[in-house]
Design a protein around this ligand. Structure first.
Ligand code: HEC
Ligand code: HEC
Ligand code: HEC
Ligand code: HEC
Ligand code: HEC
Length: 450
């Protein structure tokens, strides 16, 4: 082929590509939404007798619209469809339309919209989703490979947590505040650190919202059930995403979501199932969503500039002393994450030797061995601490117990995943004294009066 011919052919191809792109854009999903909005808005103006305004509204150019919230690194085209929320088209941001994407934003008169002008905040700083996309599913982020899908329901309050250090007392962030309360009440911090506070048994959760969920194995996701439904590798509510992963840990037994390999069928060494307790029965459905809201704000990737950050007033400890303070200290550091609420009942500790188990017998079928290993538990403290002096108890808590000292039920089975951490550098001596005093005060006395 001569150069001349090649030139003509490539030009023709380029023209075809251009026509194709134009046609595709012309038929784009967003167009009918935007047109319909102008119709609805013009009709409403006409009804009010505002003929000229109505005519101008009807003639609005149909085009992609974008809010550039540069400070927050947001380029959001949501208002291409959600035109009623575009301050340029609709400066008061108010209308009476009942349906999305035409309606106005809720709470326009309240602090929410007033305090966060959309021209500065965009939309995805609160909602997440894919700002640049112009089709419904892609924009809402309910598609594969989009790591930050739109936050639904109360989960949107995770966004408040990113910016508002004061979220625990903030109007509109009640669910996130409740989530933090439930997190601390259950002792999640006994195993998971947040901003340097908490135990190291499992991963810190202060960047859990950034966890690429493509890295979570599909066979784990497949074991999650939410409201009796399996998650599927698709879009919408059943999507494999980080919100559903967190929820999955609270509405299922984590040991069933992450069963691992306790009999070393696939690995050289046995690996116990997840050491995270089964919280069903202690956390309600709405509290689980509240915890997801709280943890959805745990991001290190999304850096919020200083002037968009609202600081918290300094936290205050309650004024308590003696055993009352000791009980508070127990809960503060998350001891209940392993020893149960108010130390009443030690939680599951897979393959630890303990009460109520059969004698070890390696001829038992695997299912029976599994059931026995599953009866292993962390100590129920009131049954044990009565034998300690105050100083011994303080020492025990300071030093913890090395993992290798654990007594196993099955010698061939895995070492228990969860061990007693060392609290030496974490809890002050005065807190420890009150803690030990409280534990001794709840020690079970035997019949001889001890
Ligand atoms: C292509 C048009 C289009 C774009 C772009 C778009 N949306 Fe929507 N949005 C819709 C439609 C249609 C609905 C109502 C039906 C639905 O929920 O899917 C809707 C519903 C919603 C809802 C209510 C969901 C619910 O479950 O009640 C929210 C919140 C929302 N959009 C936020 C956004 C945000 C944030 C963006 C930008 C990242 C965005 N939308 C971009 C068309 C769009
Ligand atoms: C400061 C945070 C914030 C920003 C910024 C924000 N929203 Fe919202 N949005 C919310 C909250 C919170 C709700 C839920 C309100 C409720 O249900 O009480 C909401 C609700 C919505 C809904 C559902 C309305 C309904 O009643 O069905 C849509 C749609 C929506 N927002 C779109 C947008 C779009 C588009 C933008 C950008 C132009 C935007 N939002 C910016 C916080 C925000
Ligand atoms: C990108 C950061 C950012 C996000 C996300 C955000 N806010 Fe704000 N918010 C601010 C800033 C900045 C102010 C202004 C503070 C001031 O008045 O100095 C503010 C002010 C407010 C106010 C009024 C002042 C006050 O403290 O009472 C309320 C209420 C509020 N936000 C609630 C929310 C809620 C609820 C959410 C989540 C749905 C949210 N905000 C999400 C940054 C944010
Ligand atoms: C006894 C220790 C322990 C306690 C208490 C505990 N967890 Fe866990 N958690 C774990 C372990 C171990 C894992 C890792 C295995 C797994 O994914 O189940 C884990 C995993 C997680 C994950 C997934 C992390 C990731 O990166 O995939 C989340 C989310 C989580 N826990 C939340 C919580 C919440 C919320 C609470 C409190 C209600 C809590 N955990 C209490 C031990 C604990
Ligand atoms: C990550 C789980 C975990 C957390 C959090 C935890 N413990 Fe423990 N604790 C254990 C385990 C497991 C043992 C049993 C260790 C062994 O003997 O192998 C134990 C043992 C103890 C014992 C000794 C009981 C005995 O056998 O005589 C005391 C006392 C104790 N813990 C107190 C605390 C206090 C107080 C806190 C909070 C500051 C705390 N624990 C937090 C897991 C935990």
């Amino acid at each position: 082929m001569s150069y001349r011919k090649a030139f003509i052919v490539s030009n023709a191809l380029m023209l075809a590509a251009f026509v194709w792109a134009f046609a595709k854009d012309f038929n784009a999903e967003w167009r009918p939404y935007q047109k319909k909005y102008y119709q609805l808005a013009a009709d409403a103006l006409e009804k009010k007798g505002l003929k000229d305004e109505a005519r101008r509204m009807r003639r609005s150019p149909v085009e992609i619209k974008q809010i550039i919230a540069g400070d927050l690194g947001r380029f959001d085209r949501c208002v291409t469809c959600h035109v009623g929320m575009d301050e340029y088209v609709n400066p008061t941001l108010k209308n009476d339309f009942a349906e999305n994407p035409y309606k106005s934003h809720p709470k326009v008169d309240a602090a929410l919209v007033k305090a966060h002008p959309f021209t500065k905040f965009g939309c995805t700083s609160c909602h997440s989703g894919q700002g640049l996309a112009t089709s419904v599913d892609a924009a809402h982020g309910w598609v594969k490979h989009w790591e930050k899908p739109m936050l639904k329901g109360v989960h949107i309050q995770g966004s408040c947590v990113k910016c508002h250090g004061n979220f625990e007392t903030l109007k509109g962030a009640e669910a996130a505040a409740l989530g933090k309360k439930a997190f601390n009440r259950q002792g999640c911090q006994g195993c998971h650190m947040i901003n340097g506070f908490g135990g190291t048994t499992s991963v810190p959760l202060d960047d859990i919202a950034d966890k690429p969920f493509e890295r979570i194995a599909g066979y784990n996701f497949k074991r999650v059930q939410i409201d009796g439904k399996e998650l599927r590798d698709e879009h919408h509510d059943s999507h494999w995403n980080i919100q559903n992963w967190i929820l999955g840990h609270l509405l299922n037994d984590p040991a069933e979501v992450t069963p691992n390999d306790p009999f070393a069928h696939l690995n050289a060494e046995p690996i116990p199932p997840s050491g995270m307790p089964d919280f069903r029965g202690e956390i309600s459905r709405s509290e689980a969503d509240a915890i997801v809201a709280y943890l959805s704000g745990m991001t290190k990737e999304e850096v919020v500039p200083y002037r968009y950050h609202v600081p918290a007033p300094p936290a205050r400890e309650p004024r308590l002393s003696g055993t009352a303070r000791g009980r508070y200290v127990f809960a503060k550091y998350g001891c209940q994450g392993c020893h149960g609420l108010d130390a009443k009942q030690g939680r599951r500790r897979f393959n630890a030797a303990g009460d109520g188990q059969k004698e070890y017998d390696d001829t038992l079928p695997e299912a029976e061995q599994f059931a026995q290993m599953n009866l292993g538990a962390e100590p129920t403290l009131p049954n044990l601490v009565g034998t300690y002096t105050h100083e011994e108890l303080v020492k025990k808590i300071q030093n913890g117990v090395p993992a290798a000292d654990a007594k196993k039920w099955s010698p061939k089975g895995p070492l228990p995943m969860v061990t007693m951490p060392s609290w030496k550098d974490k809890i002050s001596k005065s807190e420890l004294d009150d803690l030990a005093a409280w534990l001794l005060s709840i020690a079970k006395k035997d019949d001889s009066g001890f």
